[in-house]
Design a protein around this ligand. Sequence first.
Ligand code: 5GP
Length: 202
Amino acid sequence: MKQMRTEGQLIVLSGPSGVGKSTVIAELLSEHNDMYFSVSFTTRQPRVGEADGVNYHFVDRKQFEAMIANNELLEYAEYVNHYYGTSLKVIQEKLAAGIDVLLDIEVQGAAKVREKCPDAVFIFIIPPSFEELSRRLHRRNSDGEDVIAGRLQKARTEYHEIPHYDYLVVNDKVSTAAAEITSILTAERCRTKHRLHWVDDV
Ligand code: 5GP
């Protein structure tokens, strides 16, 4: 049987704040224990229940700006007054080892990854409606009204970027959204360009 390890698949997941990406990601990771979730760096404060090194690496602006200056980030963006960014080194190591890497990043960061990593697969997650998104943001109960209003406004501008994504998933039910993403990843793995090493010379 032919076995040739190829590079891992880079998977970029974007979607408005509050859509439930973290829950969908947790479901995906529980089903695919060979998948690596890239823990981003951020300058925002941890929310209740978030842990340093698990949800994010929480750093201050000075530390973040030093990472930018040292070219340590694959991409970064400012989102609602805070920096968010992806470590370059970790991603490179995992992909080279054949491990699939999942990024949860907003649209500006995704645009930068699209330029640098054209083979990545880009998936956008939306809620069933904007009303539902507002309900979910309020239910989260950790942000003030002004922050929620900012996130909803941001979501409206993010929707303009949807046509640049390869796939669109509606997160009505978490298990269905995760199953759709699993199907996308299966299809990506079956692409001819990823399977040519199986083809015999005839
Ligand atoms: P939150 O504050 O709700 O955790 O995240 C706000 C937004 O930042 C989300 O849309 C999330 O996808 C995005 N985000 C998280 N990590 C990164 C990152 O490393 N880079 C970029 N560009 N966006 C990120």
